[in-house]
Design a protein around this ligand. Structure first.
Ligand SMILES: Cc1cc2nc3c(=O)[nH]c(=O)nc-3n(C[C@H](O)[C@H](O)[C@H](O)COP(=O)(O)O)c2cc1C
Length: 313
């Protein structure tokens, strides 16, 4: 199995950061079904340093997470360093850095995928993170380039490795592509050849076949699966070519209970809506449940909707 620093993963299939989705509940469920590593939603290094309160729930972890990994984003090495040294980051085993976020607000600030255009600054950020992490592994998440004329993933991967990082996840799209269009396996294969630290291939993996396809085409050490896990944390069992056993009713209830440990009821209800909507994917009558979940405001509403899934079990 893949090793990230001194951490040996239980499987080679990981859950990367997904803002709005890779919350404490989703991570615990993904681990349960066989994820080798799950990463928190992305958190602003600057926001952390300035003590913005709404990052609390994002940084919450559960003892059932065997490895705790936090994703930070930021373009200034001083803030990355200060953030990692904060007490709230102590509990994390792995620090993941975001060099892939395509959102205009983030890119304009010189953060996320903007750093792929500035290898020197990116190097400084990774180096600062490694220095501040006190021996804990630092990993990086990147894209294949900023746009189709600037495909520089191998070069950036080498910079990341030279700065001391322990693993890289590559989303096989450019920043310009956001989340649509073809995933470029060739460039991911080039990244794998360019560095000796573990590389995870990412983009459009939705089942066992697409995971095998990514591995065969690129020789990556493992795969990262994001969107296909939402409403389907048990996909991690499928990726091991096994048939998962699950009850959507129980998954939703457990997910909600985990959210409730770290946020007020109202916020937990809002947070679970997107997940519950995804659980309806492909189910006959799912549309009705979807409408109901988006109209719900209380825990009781969510529990009643969770019970409706019993009809499908
Ligand atoms: C709604 C959404 C939020 C995301 N948030 C993050 C994030 O916080 N950090 C990150 O590195 N990638 C983020 N990503 C990118 C995913 O981790 C992943 O690279 C991308 O979705 C492609 O993989 P997939 O096809 O398996 O979904 C996000 C993607 C989506 C759709």
């Amino acid at each position: 199995m893949v090793k990230i620093g001194s951490f040996e993963l239980n499987t080679d299939n990981i859950l990367p950061a997904i803002a709005g989705f890779s919350d404490i509940g989703h991570r615990v469920l993904c681990y349960r079904y066989g994820a080798g590593l799950c990463v928190t939603e992305m958190v602003s290094a600057k926001g952390l340093v300035y003590g913005s309160e709404n990052t609390c729930a994002l940084l919450a972890t559960d003892p059932r997470e065997p490895i705790k990994a936090v994703q930070l984003f930021g373009g200034e090495s001083e803030f990355i360093e200060k953030a990692i040294k904060l007490k709230v980051i102590d509990k994390f085993d792995i620090i993941d850095l975001n060099f892939g976020c395509p959102v205009p607000k983030i890119v304009k600030n010189g953060e996320g995928s903007a750093l792929m255009r500035e290898p020197d600054r990116l190097y400084a950020v990774v180096k600062a993170a490694v220095g501040a992490a006190g021996g804990r592994p630092v990993t990086a998440k990147m894209r294949i380039g900023f746009n189709k004329d600037e495909i520089n993933a191998s070069e950036i991967a080498k910079v990341i490795e030279q700065a001391g990082a322990s693993a890289i996840t590559v989303h096989g799209r450019t920043r310009e592509q956001f989340y649509a269009g073809e995933v470029n396996h060739e460039v991911i294969a080039d990244v794998k050849k360019a560095v000796s630290i573990p590389v995870f291939g990412n983009g459009d993996i939705t089942d066992y076949e697409s995971a095998v396809n990514m591995k065969n085409n690129t020789s990556v050490d493992g795969v990262a699966v994001a969107r296909a896990t939402v409403g389907r944390p048990y996909i991690f069992t499928e990726l091991l070519n096994q048939v998962p056993e699950f009850s959507r009713t129980e998954l939703i209830k457990e997910h909600f209970a985990l959210l409730e440990t770290v946020m007020p009821e109202r916020v937990a209800v809002n947070c679970i809506k997107k997940h519950v909507a995804s659980y309806t994917r492909g189910l006959r009558g799912g549309k009705d449940i979807k409408l109901k979940i988006f109209a719900s405001t209380t825990k009781d509403d969510v529990m009643a909707i969770a019970n409706e899934f019993k009809a499908y079990e």
